[in-house]
Design a binder for this molecule. Structure first.
Ligand code: 5RP
Length: 219
């Protein structure tokens, strides 16, 4: 029987094939990306990588994957990352691992952003929770303004601060049109970044269902 983790591994190994010697590579965060790191390490490629989280950084180093600080890399040939939800228009929700701020910067810096998911992540429409990273300064006020603007609850998540010092909350109210929610979140003072990734960030989604791996390319 194929498990969800088998699907994550299949999607990750398929996506790893796009990485070639000499490339700069952005590495996402999460259990699907853990398989990607295994796949890249197995190929002993000569690549320059940047991690989006401490967990990815530690695993990459343990596997012998060379990583660098992001302040010395201007762009990536490819970034590969997991997602919590992917809808039919290529909207993503990310940040289940609270790493969405760094993940979005890396995705935006990549010529190609490849999303790797098991079949359960493909959804009809985006639903809460939507992860959001807030500046601690003015935190209570920012939460109040988000609740007023979005019309739904915003709850602190019981996780450590992000590596950049931000506080992680989840928007739990209705989403409806993800573009509207993304715009409202982005225009709220005190929001560092949110986990709605717009379709124009995405190049391809690699989804594994059972033993089948399918590449979905954004038109
Ligand atoms: C971390 C993320 C992850 O990519 C997302 O939560 C998917 O995780 P997993 O591969 O463990 O299912 O956005 O911030």
């Amino acid at each position: 029987m194929t498990t969800q983790d088998d699907e994550k591994r299949r999607a990750a190994y398929a996506a790893a094939e796009v990485v070639e010697d000499g490339m700069t590579v952005g590495l996402g965060t999460g259990s699907t990306v853990a398989h990607l790191l295994d796949a890249l390490a197995a190929r002993s490629l000569d690549v320059r990588c940047v991690s989006t989280s401490v967990a990815t950084e530690e695993t990459a180093q343990r596997l012998g994957i060379r990583t660098e600080r992001f302040d010395r890399v201007e762009r990536f040939d490819v970034a590969i990352d997991g997602a919590d939800q992917v809808d039919g228009d290529f909207w993503l929700v990310k940040g289940g691992g609270a790493a969405h701020t760094r993940e979005k910067i890396v995705a935006a810096s990549a010529d190609r952003f490849v999303v790797i998911v098991d079949g359960s992540k493909m959804v009809e429409s985006i639903t809460p929770p939507i992860p959001v990273e807030l500046l601690e300064y003015g935190f209570a006020s920012t939460v109040r303004r988000l609740v007023d603007t979005l019309g739904g609850p915003v709850e602190p998540r019981d996780v450590p601060r992000s590596p950049d010092g931000g506080v992680i909350v989840d928007y739990l109210g209705p989403v409806g049109d993800p573009a509207q929610v993304a715009a409202a979140l982005s225009s709220t003072a005190g929001v560092i970044e949110h986990g709605l990734f717009a379709p124009d960030l995405v190049t391809s989604v690699v989804v594994a269902r059972g033993e089948q791996v399918e590449w979905l390319h954004r038109a």
